[in-house]
Design a protein around this ligand. Structure first.
Ligand code: ZN
Length: 253
């Protein structure tokens, strides 16, 4: 088996372990880049906890992202493009509805693995009125060490095409403003995305995001959180010498 697929299966089992509460039943999805133009993504209707090599489809990155800039695209177009983007001859399974979102993030050379989950504490936060301040605030030093000084926050929109466009817009704005790549994306009333160069990077960021969310839920119950001040966050956060510049992923073919 392709070693990338073996790594992706192991990562998916970790994220889908029911004991962790990150994803149950058909929740969540995961992906890994194969090369510049292709990636594996969880097929629709599969379960992270017991997924095997038959639970993933091989998808073309340029093909599946080709629909993003078509303002007239509807559900039928998404179905057609999903079908056309399948790279294995005779493939009958459908990629996850969030395949476009994975493809967008995998166009960033530093990201090779992506994990999307609905962790219980993280979703307590994301389904509350405090979602944005918790997602972008920082509560303790290891929170910063694992997840960086700030994360991307995405207000609720329709899953699928509209969500993929919104994530792309917010991700690009984050990189332009902060000069670094984010490690996590928090989606209101939905869940978490973590990105990294390895499965370990993805699972560690998911673990820490869930821990920080649990701490936040407790801190709100204890009279309210005390977020770290910007200068305290900057003391812990090691900025790279040079600002990261993202070649716009909007027009990557
Ligand atoms: Zn989801």
């Amino acid at each position: 088996m392709d070693p990338v697929l073996t790594e992706l299966i192991d990562m998916s089992h970790y994220l889908g372990d029911p004991a962790r509460g990150y994803a149950i039943l058909g929740e969540g999805n995961s992906s890994a880049r194969i090369d510049e133009n292709s990636f594996y993504v969880k097929a629709s209707g599969t379960t992270m906890a017991d997924i095997d090599e038959h639970g993933f489809v091989k998808v073309s990155i340029p093909k599946v992202t080709s629909i993003l800039d078509d303002p007239d695209a509807g559900d039928d177009d998404v179905s057609r493009v999903f079908k056309e983007s399948l790279l294995e001859p005779g493939e009958t399974r459908r990629p996850s509805v969030e395949a476009m979102l994975h493809a967008i993030l995998l166009q960033v050379p530093e990201f090779r693995f992506i994990g999307h989950t609905h962790p219980a504490y993280t979703n307590m936060v994301l389904c509350s009125s405090k979602a944005e301040e918790v997602a972008t605030g920082r509560l303790f030093p290891d929170h910063i060490v694992s997840l960086g000084h700030k994360s991307v926050y995405v207000p609720y929109v329709d899953p699928g095409l509209v969500l993929a466009r919104e994530v792309r817009k917010r991700f690009e704005a984050f990189v332009a403003e902060e000069g670094v790549l984010p490690k996590a994306i928090f989606m209101q009333n939905h869940g978490l995305i973590t990105m990294g160069s390895s499965p370990k990077a993805v699972t560690s960021c998911t673990d820490m995001a869930e821990k920080a969310s649990q701490v936040a839920v407790g801190a709100y119950a204890m009279g309210g959180p005390r977020y770290m001040a910007p200068h305290e966050v900057e003391r812990i956060f090691t900025r790279p010498d040079e600002a990261y510049r993202l070649k716009s992923i909007a027009d990557t073919e």
